[in-house]
Write a protein that binds this ligand. Structure first.
Ligand code: NAD
Ligand code: WQD
Length: 340
C-alpha cells in the first residue's frame, strides 16, 4: 500500500538512499532537512535515480515545532522516518549538550508534533553504538546496552523516551533500527557519503585516499584481540539499509509499542581487510601506517541479524566488495562530493 512518508534528514547519507527506495516502491516522500550536514543537490539526484520527484522538500530544523506543524498540516503523512540527527562520536564528546539538544530535542519535538496531528507510525534511526564495548559478539537486541559516548547515549535516550511514550499512547507504533556500520553508495554513482572536513569514518577515508585527497590511512591500533589485530566491524551497504526501511514501513503495524531491530549483515571485516578490499575495487594503492588506538574504540562489533530476518524476511544482500565498488564509483565521479 503506498504511503505518504515524512523523512527527516532525507538529504543525508542514509536518508537520500532511503528516499530513492521509497519512491521506487511507490511511496510519496516529503523531506524535512535543515541541510546542516547535507546538500539539497542530493534530493535532485534522488529524483533522477528514481525517475520521479519527491512530493516536497522543507528546509527546517526538526526541533522547530512551527515548521513541523506546517509540514503535518500540508501533507497527509502516514508514517515518519526520523534520520535527522548529529552523528559524529568525537564531536559529541566535545559538545555533548548540542547532541542532546538536537538528537533528543529533535525526537521529542517530532513525537509531540506527530501526536498533535494524529500520526502514530515512526521508524527511528538508532545505532549499534548503544551496545558500547561489547564483550560478547554477535550482538542481539537483548545484548546489554552501555553507551560509551554522548552520541550513543542520545540514541539510547531516544529509544527509552519513545518506549515510555508508547506505554501512554496505545496507537503508537515505533520501530527503532540499530544500524551497524552503513557504507558504500548508490550503484549509479550519483549518491554517496560526502562528509565535511576530515572523514572520521573508515570507508570515506579510504575513498579519499584512493582519489588522491589524502595521503595514507592511520590504522587505529593493531593490538586488538581480533584475527589481524585491527578493529572488526559489521559494514552494511547503504542500499541494504535503505531497503530495510521500506521493509520496516510494511511491518509498522505488526505489533503495538516499540520494537527494536538490528540492521547488520552478521559478518565482520577488519580495518586491514576493508583497506585491501578498497585497493582491489579501486585499483589504487592505500598506503597505511599503524597508529595508536582511537580513544573509545572497541575491538569488535558484529550484529546478530536473526531477529529482523525472522520477523520481516529481510536480510542484507550486498557484500564488502559491492560496498567498496560503489563507494569508489561515487568518489571517482564526485571527487569533492556534492560541491560543484
Ligand atoms: P547524515 O549527517 O548524512 O544525515 C543526517 C541528516 O539530518 C543531514 O541531511 C542533516 O542535514 C540533517 N539534520 C541534522 N540535524 C538536523 C536538524 N536539527 N533538523 C533537520 N535536519 C537535520 O547522517 P547519516 O549517516 O545519514 O545518518 C542518519 C541517521 O542514522 C542519524 O540519525 C544517525 O545518527 C543514524 N546512524 C548513522 C550511522 C552511520 O554510520 N552513518 C550509524 C548508525 C545510526
Ligand atoms: C571503523 C573501524 C576504527 C578510521 C561509528 C560510530 C557508530 C556508527 C558507525 C553512527 C574502527 C577504524 C577508522 C580511520 C581506522 N555511527 N579506523 N582509521 O567507530 O565503528 O562506528 O560509525 O551511529 O556509532 O561509532 O566506525 O568507520 O569510524 O571505524 O583505523 O581513519 O575503522 O578504529 O576499528 P565506528 P568508523
Amino acid at each position: 500500500m503506498p504511503q505518504t512518508v515524512l523523512v527527516t534528514g532525507g538529504a543525508g547519507f542514509i536518508g537520500s538512499h532511503t528516499c530513492v527506495e521509497l519512491l521506487r516502491s511507490g511511496h510519496e516522500v516529503v523531506v524535512l532537512d535543515d541541510h546542516s550536514n547535507s546538500s539539497p543537490e542530493a534530493l535532485e539526484r534522488v529524483a533522477k535515480i528514481a525517475g520521479r520527484p519527491i512530493a516536497a522538500a522543507h528546509t527546517a530544523d526538526v526541533r522547530d515545532r512551527r515548521a513541523l506543524d506546517a509540514v503535518f498540516s500540508a501533507h497527509p503523512i502516514d508514517a515518519v522516518v526520523h534520520f535527522a540527527a548529529k552523528k559524529a562520536v568525537g564531536e559529541s564528546v566535545r559538545i555533548p549538550l548540542a547532541y542532546y539538544d538536537i538528537n533528543v530535542g529533535g525526537t521529542t519535538a517530532l513525537a509531540s508534533a506527530m501526536h498533535a496531528h494524529g500520526v502514530h507510525r515512526l521508524v527511528f534511526s538508532s545505532s549499534c553504538s548503544v551496545y558500547g564495548d561489547a564483550t560478547v559478539v554477535p550482538l542481539t537486541e537483548q545484548s546489554p546496552t552501555a553507551p560509551t559516548n554522548p552520541y550513543a547515549a542520545t540514541k539510547l535516550t531516544c529509544e527509552r523516551i519513545l518506549a515510555d511514550l508508547c506505554r501512554h499512547v496505545p496507537e503508537l507504533r515505533v520501530l527503532a533500527l540499530r544500524y551497524f556500520n552503513p557504507a558504500g553508495a548508490h550503484p549509479s554513482g550519483l549518491l554517496g557519503e560526502d562528509p565535511s572536513g576530515v572523514p572520521g569514518n573508515l570507508m570515506p577515508f579510504l575513498a579519499q585516499i584512493a582519489v588522491g585527497r589524502r595521503e595514507e590511512l592511520s590504522v587505529f591500533g593493531d593490538d586488538y584481540a581480533t584475527p589481524d589485530g585491527t578493529g572488526v566491524r559489521d559494514y552494511i551497504h547503504v542500499v541494504d539499509v535503505a531497503e530495510g526501511h521500506v521493509a520496516a514501513l510494511g511491518h509498522l503495524d505488526d505489533a503495538p509499542g516499540l520494537q527494536i531491530f538490528n540492521l547488520g549483515t552478521g559478518r565482520g571485516s577488519s580495518v586491514l581487510e576493508l583497506a585491501h578490499a578498497f585497493e582491489q575495487a579501486s585499483g589504487r594503492p592505500i598506503p597505511h601506517r599503524i597508529a595508536p588506538r582511537r580513544p573509545g574504540d572497541v575491538a569488535e562489533l558484529v550484529a546478530d541479524p536473526a531477529k529482523v530476518e525472522a520477523a520481516w524476511g529481510w536480510t542484507a544482500r550486498r557484500d564488502v566488495t559491492a560496498m567498496c565498488r560503489d563507494a569508489w564509483n561515487f568518489q571517482r565521479n564526485n571527487p569533492y562530493g556534492y560541491a560543484p
